[in-house]
Design a protein around this ligand. Structure first.
Ligand code: SAM
Length: 256
């Protein structure tokens, strides 16, 4: 059992695995069609515990995982889905101590994953053209990670260039090919650039540009399809409907 406190985020999960994310507040109540639950009871139940609504329905209490958090929040920008984020961290080879550049920040979902992988060492710089996204993502990140002192958010158009030289660059932009000319001095030799690109026409322009620069090699393009299964008694089969396409991932490596 883990201690919960007022101010913490929690997930309440009902029997049908519907999840609700709330922030615990002193004197507050969670309400649903099954009645109400005092937040104080949720604290008493603890992480992994059970609480009963006033009409008898039970809810499991959990601290939210990264996936709960980014999938449950009301979003203003399209996020990178966790199945893709996991692979981006691997293909960009993110580990503590690196100097990482990300653009744009959007909701800040990828930023949280990058900051966690950096583990408080190294630095993340996020370049975002929209001031409103820069501000809201800062709150979104803070709400989940608390104080972070190795993250800078820079408001600018990355297509015009950026300062510094990074170990890794991760892009989630409409026209990522405009960034490649700046990587000649902005990415270390041997460094990785990983881009998240929704359509094949964008992928073609991007990969053609990677090749034309002459300073990228080890280029790989792929997509990931997560195929969930239903396992319920004798009904063991793939789910009828899946979320089929998110985006392509293109990885490349800078050469001398
Ligand atoms: C799809 S969102 C990024 C979502 C983010 N990866 C996440 O997981 O939450 C794309 C972001 O790129 C920003 N953007 C678009 N063009 C840009 C540019 N030229 N320079 C910097 N940011 C840009 C947009 O404002 C938007 O916030």
């Amino acid at each position: 059992m883990d201690i919960l406190n007022y101010g913490d985020l929690v997930i309440l999960s009902d029997k049908k695995a519907r999840k609700y994310m709330i922030t615990l507040k002193e004197g507050a109540r969670f309400s649903s069609q099954y009645g109400f639950i005092d937040h104080a009871e949720i604290i008493n139940a603890g992480n992994g515990g059970l609480v009963k609504a006033s009409k008898g329905e039970e809810y499991r209490v959990f601290k939210p995982t990264y996936i709960d958090y980014v999938m449950k929040i009301k979003r203003n920008a399209q996020i990178i889905y966790p199945k893709d984020t996991a692979m981006i961290l691997m293909y960009a080879d993110i580990y503590p101590g690196l100097n990482v550049l990300e653009s744009g920040i959007g909701q800040g979902a990828l930023s949280i994953a990058l900051l966690r992988a950096l583990g408080g060492r190294g630095r993340l710089t996020s370049i975002e053209v929209r001031e409103d996204f820069a501000l809201q993502s800062k709150n979104f990140i803070h709400n989940f990670l608390g104080e972070v002192d190795n993250h800078d958010i820079v408001i600018s158009n990355i297509y015009d260039g950026f300062e510094g030289c990074f170990d890794r660059i991760v892009l989630d932009l409409p026209e990522p090919w405009h960034v490649l000319k700046h990587c000649k001095t902005g990415l270390i030799d041997g460094g990785m650039i990983v881009s998240y690109i929704p359509t094949v026409l964008q992928v073609k322009t991007y990969v053609d540009t990677l090749k034309e620069t002459g300073y990228f090699d080890d280029i790989e393009t792929f997509e990931l399809i997560k195929r969930p299964w239903k396992v319920d008694g004798l009904s063991v089969r793939p789910e009828m409907w899946i979320y089929n396409h998110s985006a392509f991932i293109v990885k490349a490596r800078k050469i001398k």
